[in-house]
Write a protein of this length. Structure first.
Length: 100
């Protein structure tokens, strides 16, 4: 089951599916919008190993493996900043040992 997780104000029409290459998007959200987004991600994690992250004109369907890397970074060099990064790796089929 794929759970869709959308950035606020997403539209459903004309989305480009990102499945290869490099894609990066940075958005600025209110605390309320960020909380809603993170809740959607958490709900998707609870429901399975697939999720779709999307914006106004793009979507990224992704089947992920465990463990999920969570990185916490704090810096006070220029200004005090706390960064949270969640990194998913692609789930691959198989990977077990077969005996014939």
């Amino acid at each position: 089951m794929t759970d869709d997780v959308e950035f606020p104000e997403s539209e459903e029409s004309g989305k480009r599916t990102v499945s290869d290459g490099f894609f990066e998007r940075e958005v600025y959200l209110s605390a309320e919008e960020t909380a809603a987004f993170l809740r959607s991600v958490a709900d998707s994690l609870d429901e399975g190993h697939e999720l779709t992250i999307s914006g106004d004109d793009w979507e990224i369907p992704f089947a992920f493996a465990e463990p999920i890397e969570v990185e916490v970074e704090f810096s006070s060099r220029r200004e005090r900043e706390l960064e949270l990064e969640v990194e998913f790796t692609e789930r691959t089929e198989g990977g077990g040992i077969d005996v014939a």
